[in-house]
Design a binder for this molecule. Structure first.
Ligand code: GCU
Length: 422
């Protein structure tokens, strides 16, 4: 695909505001390649090497998991299974003309106050539990829907500016990214959390958020993405431990961008997530790192040194040394349904590489008895393909749109229909 240079300048500039000041000079030197012809020769490791039958997969999967955990995301503390404490300090209320009920339990997770926003179909009989979509939001729960009853919490700047109180003016600011009405009308609950409640997103040497309760991570121990994924598992514990009208066996984990990297790792590290959705997750998510097109391992580790474990730095400008790649991350989710989505103008996230990772994960899905990914050729824009792996590339930029949600809900409804959860 030929990309106009004006677009490239804009695409790179669009990322500059995420850059923390100290590393910006270094990062600005980075010139991304967007030319497929300049991709280095690479061979993807075969996730099925040494695997003769589906019975061999559990052992192989454990090896791949340990490899990606040690070299990329880092080990999170094993959870001891205690009950998640919570307070119901805000009364629930109805929205959408009574079609949905909103509750906002305040969880304590590793010493942190984590406010959960739950929006679920109302008028569901007391004995039936609905499937849910769980995912982090970037800006605070108050940005997801515009309603004065949503608690205003603390939000953190991403450049280390510190914390501040969320503001009324920000209410509903991200509503276009959360098709709340569509989700509820499809019979799903939405469970969302501000990711900064779990770990503020800047490189502070792991002194705040849930990390404050644990010793500083060693080179093979968790970075922020593994921390956020761990937080999602604790919210799932809460859903499992309490009767909230949600079927904890039918919870899909969703995330966009860095939070799409997070949803993939949450799905890989916690098999209780019944379905996984990665929206524009790019480098360190669904995109193959060995292609080194758009954002690269060196660039991401320079600008966001806290996201992955320190071992991942070994692969800066050295993707050839990786004995794993994104297709193996995706394969860890098999045979559970997985949806990967890209956006045409999001070349920074390498849409083609996101698709190729699905293609390379497909043999694992098929070995495990599913229909995997329906085709090996990249589909045209706005033409979703949906097997047990779903994929689409839509027109437009790096974002979450109503079109994305239409596909996710169709896919989730098919795979998480009553009784479909395992
Ligand atoms: C930056 C970063 C990406 C990330 C994105 C986001 O663009 O380079 O890796 O996905 O921020 O999370 O918004």
């Amino acid at each position: 695909m030929k990309i106009p240079s004006s677009f490239l300048v804009a695409a790179v500039a669009a990322n500059i505001h995420f850059v923390i000041p100290e590393v910006s000079a270094q990062a600005e030197k980075f010139v991304p390649n967007y030319d497929e012809a300049k991709i280095p020769d690479y061979v993807l490791p075969d996730p099925l090497e040494g695997v003769g039958s589906a019975d061999d997969w559990a052992k192989k999967r454990a090896e791949i998991f340990r490899l990606i955990e040690r070299e990329m995301f880092g080990k999170a503390p094993r959870y001891s299974g205690e009950k998640i404490a919570f307070a119901e300090d805000i009364p629930s209320f109805e929205i959408l003309d009574g079609r949905a009920r909103v509750s906002q339990p305040l969880l304590t997770i590793a010493g942190q106050d984590v406010r959960v926003l739950m929006i679920q179909p109302a008028n569901v009989s007391a004995i039936s539990a609905v499937p849910a979509i769980i995912g982090y939001n970037f800006g605070g729960n108050h940005t997801v829907i515009s309603d004065p009853r949503i608690a205003l919490g603390t939000v953190w700047g991403r450049g280390g500016e510190g914390e501040r109180k969320a503001e009324d003016a920000e209410r509903g600011k991200s509503a276009s990214r959360w098709a709340v009405e569509r989700i509820v009308d499809a019979g799903f609950a939405l469970v969302t959390i501000y990711y900064g409640d779990v770990d503020p997103d800047f490189d502070d040497g792991f002194k705040n958020g849930i990390f404050a309760q644990f010793p500083a991570p060693k080179p093979d121990e968790w970075g922020s993405i593994a921390g956020w994924a761990w937080g999602l598992s604790r919210v799932l514990d809460f859903l499992e431990q309490n009767d909230r009208g949600i079927d904890a066996k039918r919870v899909a984990v969703f995330g966009h961008s860095r939070l799409g990297k997070t949803s993939l790792w949450a799905g890989a590290s916690d098999p209780r997530f019944a379905l996984v959705i990665s929206n524009d997750s790019g480098c360190g998510g669904a995109a193959l790192s060995k292609r080194a097109i758009g954002e690269t391992v060196g660039r991401i580790n320079t600008v966001f040194p806290h996201w992955f474990c320190d071992n991942f730095q070994r692969y800066n400008d050295n993707e050839a040394a990786m004995t794993f790649d994104a297709h193996m991350l995706l394969a860890l989710i098999a045979p559970r349904p997985l949806y990967v989505a890209s956006a045409e103008e999001d070349q920074w996230a390498d849409p083609h590489g996101e698709f190729l990772a699905c293609v390379a994960a497909d043999p694992v899905y098929r070995l495990l008895g599913t229909d995997g990914l329906p085709q090996k050729e990249m589909p045209k824009v706005n033409e979703p393909i949906q097997g047990t792996i779903g994929y689409h590339i839509r027109t437009g930029k790096h974002d979450v749109t109503d079109f994305d949600w239409q596909q996710y809900l169709q896919f989730a409804a098919k795979h998480l229909a009553s009784g479909a959860g395992k």
